[in-house]
Design a protein around this ligand. Sequence first.
Ligand code: NDP
Length: 330
Amino acid sequence: MVFQALVIDKDDAGYRAGLQDVTESRLPDGDVMVEVDWSTLNYKDALAITGSSPVVRSFPMVPGIDFAGTVVDSSHPAWAPGDQVVLNGWGVGEKHWGGLAQRARVHGDWLVRLPGGFTPRQAMAIGTAGYTAMLCVMALEKHGLTPGDGEVLVTGANGGVGSTAIALLAQRGHTVVASTGRVTEAEHLHALGAHAVIDRAELSSPGKPLGKERWVGVVDAVGSHTLANACATTRYGGAVAACGLAGGMDFPATVAPFILRGITLYGIDSVMAPQALRQQAWNNLEQGLDLVKLEAITTEISLVETPTYAEKLLAGQIRGRVVVRLRNDA
Ligand code: NDP
């Protein structure tokens, strides 16, 4: 069978991503074949497609760190043809061909059943960004964050992780402050549930080891000085969930917030997260995400448009999430 895939090649002719017709025999090993209905464009996919960061470990590679689809063939005991599934991470789209293709062959242990409350499109509107936002919220709440405690900061607010984190936190009753470089989008961020909006410039320059205590919790998708300043302004005993590096991979901080204010820094990883945690995150998303808000942050594109949108995403021109339609009748 021949199907369409976005393929990244790197050879003497350079690094390039383009649409190709691919035969099933070229798919990597795996015990489950999935017809992909929807995929998404995450920050990591944009890095892979544009080649701006060494995300792809072998070539040729089909990018796409997540997908939602329907099992068409399986020798794995948990999955049968017709099952609707979701995949996030596990190195898919980095070292194992990924979701930006009409077919994917993967290991059954990597799959999660599509939560009954979501269509495949909605699951991908959430995607790895939204599922990571939920992992951040779960880490903060496990730490003890309770509605009414005070302000919770979300950085990279107009991005996929940030937008979803705002909607999730607000839905759960938390008071959210959104930090963004696009304050012109304040109205949209308020509609998602943000109580207040601040300019990200307040957090992005080198700061003091400790600042005025403000946040009871933080979801940080930005890293670098933003993360350091967020830690320095977190209230005594509060917690910061760090999941991203949109502003840089460095962490130019001091130990002061940790040893003088007892704050906790949680590292959030979605790629290798254990199945039980994933399942819990997806269950929580099913119960705690307003689907009207989800649709408001979703842009739909076709596979052929993904390279253009990858450039836009890295240029900070995308608001929220991008879903990629793989099947014309999906
Ligand atoms: P998006 O591109 O959708 O959003 C990133 C947002 O960060 C932008 O919209 C922008 O928000 C802000 N931003 C961009 N550049 C800068 C900058 N130079 N300085 C400060 N802020 C900036 O990406 P995602 O939301 O999908 O991902 C966010 C981060 O989280 C990425 O680094 C990604 O790799 C990471 N991630 C990590 C995961 C994990 O498992 N740990 C899983 C998923 C994502 P605004 O315009 O509002 O300022």
